[in-house]
Write a protein that binds this ligand. Structure first.
Ligand code: GLA
Length: 727
């Protein structure tokens, strides 16, 4: 529910359990008042300290600058006195910066308007508040939107900037969210990583000054994640307060927190200003991407479940959203580039016998690509490897009762390609410089519509040429040398964002033209695992690191924000190709079962005793996947923290069943069993676990005993069912 109280000049936005409040101070300035547990009161304006403040500009104009530097501005503007991190700044045609945004009007309406060209949360059961602020001097207007859904404790924020003046203005910075939090002893949580080591949890004490997560790579990246959270001191999975913001965007971003001289903390999120400058002609508008906020008063676990709910119900779209996904086998780690139709079909034959439902042909089927040094851009089948082309392969795979999926990397171009020989200027490049290669490839300049049109046309033709039911859309290098010969000098700073809009545009067309297609995004593993991509594809490849033990950490960081149904996870061969570790096949299966599940190995070559386990792994997938997809997630223990074991569970929304995953990473001597306290069950219900019954409250407060297993890297799946007399 969203209310405006005229008497107190207060806006209050309520989700089922939280409130977010803003007020108008000094008849002009929109201040942030409160975000936290639900409030019923509207008398909140005093919290801005401006009500009867002697320094309010109308009372004491000579202290206006000082006022701006301590007022909790809801959408802080730069250059006119607030010396903290601002959300917006501009450059006028006179080359000058600075603006002052004041409240003009607002409207509250049912529903939510889409963000043109951008991914965003959606749904019918929601309400939106739109507040218009304006700068008198330039005519710039900022339209701040806040949407709340009746069934989710999250707030979706976005900002649209309109040039209401009569001269060009350059937006040099436009963030999507700011939140001022007044609380002592805050900690910061971010998700840094690297290739094959994505999204590790990092916590640190804030103190005076700032901390950030950021990317200028033109992709959200392996190294930083577009997420930042403030935690109350000592916050755990079940206790403490969390203020979190996540960005529904896949390009360069800045997420920053800063504690100021008064011990108040500002948390901002938006497009990274370093690589951004957008020309706004008179009357033109710029839509900044959406940021989603979650507040939890019961630790990180509750934050996680709120994000999962929001993304499951209001971000992911399409045919596959709520459906069990086909169990796939991908040939990347099985063959790399060394394959042909016959080899693929021999894998498919063995796989179909074991119950696998889809073959995914990875990189290497087009142009003359035999390694990663050529052919990107030449989206024509290599008939030498695949005689009869995709059609023949698809038909043969279909005859086995399986689906066919393929890999593509549409955003890139190899120097050794027909496309590059014809259009060298289609690669992003700075005037006068030869662009640098990464994985021996350049990035296509998708900010140019003719490039996007061409690539999308090829993609569509390929998908229409055969019965292809799944696409893995890869992106294997960051943007660099960002420039082109088409846009005028004053618009070169638009290229990165225009690139992102073009990627979104292509994926939107793809999902529209092929509504039944299962799309999985990927970027050298999990380099673009973000809410933006999730809007187009219900699943994203989590990491190139398929080692089940390493995966525990990568998946923990990913599960912190993303529903398990979206996390691409496969069983691969051992010794693992990246770490060299050997983990029992059963454990590899259990680790992959908490994601989309599939195989990435040569099934014709693995040991017989491993191959024999595949049918029972698939039957576990069929048995438990509804819980993995829809259940509420509880993190019980973290291997990243304790270095011994990992444990998490999913509980059906009605509390009637649950699945516990337990991985004993290190065997410990002289330990018979470990006591694990479960979460999320019904206190009074009786549950049956492996033939014994327990009360929910006992399992949650006193715990369950898990027997020690012999050896490292052992795992166990435990099914928990509400006990009724029928059983
Ligand atoms: C990336 C992906 C891998 C694989 C290769 C193919 O690294 O993450 O899964 O598809 O590209 O080149």
């Amino acid at each position: 529910m969203i209310q405006y109280d005229k008497e107190y000049s207060i806006f209050k936005i309520d989700t089922p359990h939280t409130s977010y409040a803003m007020g108008i101070a000094d008849d002009k300035y929109l201040g942030h008042v409160y975000y936290g547990r639900k409030l019923t009161d509207m008398n909140l304006g005093y919290l801005m300290r401006a009500e009867d403040h002697p320094a309010a500009p109308s009372v004491l104009p000579r202290e206006k600058t000082g006022f701006f530097d301590c007022f909790p501005m809801e959408y802080p503007f730069g250059g006119t006195g607030d010396q903290r991190e601002s959300c917006i700044n501009i450059k006028t045609e006179d080359g000058q910066q600075g603006l002052e945004l004041a409240y003009v009007s607002h409207r509250i309406y049912a529903g939510k308007e889409p963000l043109t060209g951008l991914p965003a949360t959606w749904g019918d059961n929601c309400e939106t508040l739109e507040i218009t602020l304006a700068d008198e001097v330039t005519g710039i207007r900022a339209l701040l939107s806040y949407t709340v859904f009746t069934d989710t404790d999250a707030i979706a924020k976005s900002v649209k900037i309109v040039n209401g003046g009569n001269r060009n203005v350059y937006l040099t910075k436009v963030f999507s969210s700011s939140l001022d939090v007044e609380r002592e002893g805050l900690e910061v949580l971010t998700l840094p990583g690297s290739w094959a080591r994505e999204r590790r949890l990092q916590r640190r004490r804030l103190g005076y000054g700032s901390a950030a997560a950021e990317s200028v790579r033109g992709m959200s990246g392996h190294q930083d994640h577009p997420f930042i959270a403030l935690l109350s001191e000592g916050c755990t999975q079940t206790e403490g307060e969390v203020y979190a913001v996540h960005f529904v965007y896949s390009g360069s971003f800045l997420a920053k927190v800063m504690e100021d001289q008064f011990g108040r903390t500002r948390m901002v999120m938006g497009i990274h200003p370093d690589s951004f400058c957008w020309k706004l002609a008179p009357g033109a508008a710029f839509q900044a991407p959406e940021a989603v906020l979650v507040y939890s008063d019961a630790g990180l676990g509750k934050m996680t479940r709120n994000f999962h709910d929001l993304y499951r119900k209001h971000l992911i779209r399409g045919y596959w959203r709520d459906k069990e996904r086909p169990v796939l086998i991908n040939n990347w780690e099985a063959t790399y580039f060394d394959f042909n139709t016959e080899k693929l079909l021999s894998i498919a034959r063995e796989a179909s016998g074991a119950g696998i439902e889809m073959l995914v042909m990875d990189d290497g089927w087009f142009g003359h690509r035999e390694s990663d040094n050529s052919s990107l851009g030449d989206w024509y089948v290599n008939e030498e490897k695949l005689p009869g082309g995709l059609k023949y392969l698809a038909d043969e795979v279909n005859k086995l009762g399986m689906k066919l999926g393929i890999w593509v990397e549409p955003e890139m171009i190899s120097e050794d390609s027909e496309l590059y020989r014809k259009h060298p200027d289609w690669a992003l490049r700075i005037k006068g410089r030869k662009p640098g290669q990464c994985r021996e490839q350049y990035v296509l300049d998708l900010s140019r519509p003719e490039v996007t049109e061409y690539i999308y046309g090829r993609l569509k033709a390929i998908l229409e040429s055969a019965n292809i039911e799944y696409v893995k859309w890869d992106m294997n290098r960051p943007l660099a040398d960002v420039g082109n010969a088409v846009l005028p000098p004053e618009q070169q700073g638009e290229i990165q964002h225009r690139y992102m809009l073009a990627v979104y545009g292509m994926q939107e067309r793809l999902t529209h033209d092929f509504p039944g297609l299962l799309l999985e995004n990927c970027a050298s593993g999990g380099g673009r695992f973000d809410p933006g991509m999730l809007y187009y594809s219900p699943q994203i490849w989590c990491s190139d690191d398929t080692d089940a033990i390493e995966r525990l950490a990568v998946q923990e960081g990913t599960q912190l924000l993303y529903p398990l149904s979206s996390i691409g996870a496969h069983v691969s061969d051992c010794p693992n190709h990246i770490t060299g570790r050997t983990v029992p096949f059963e454990t590899r299966g259990i680790a992959a079962l908490s994601g989309t599940f599939g195989y990435e190995l040569d099934i014709t070559k693995i040991p017989e005793e491993e191959r024999k386990q595949i049918p029972s792994q698939i039957s576990s997938y069929k048995k438990y996947n509804h819980l993995v997809r829809n259940g509420a997630y509880y993190r019980i223990a973290s291997y990243q923290e304790n270095h011994l074991y990992d444990c998490y569970m999913v509980v059906s929304q009605d509390g009637a069943e649950a699945l516990l995953t337990y991985v004993q990473v290190m065997a410990e001597a002289n330990q018979r069993s470990r006591r694990i306290r479960l979460q999320g069950l019904l206190e009074d219900a009786l549950y049956e676990i492996e033939g014994r019954t327990y009360q929910g409250a006992t399992l949650m407060n006193a715990g369950l005993l898990l027997e020690r297993m012999k050896g490292d890297y052992r795992a166990k799946l435990i099914y928990i069912r509400r006990y009724t007399s029928r059983y």
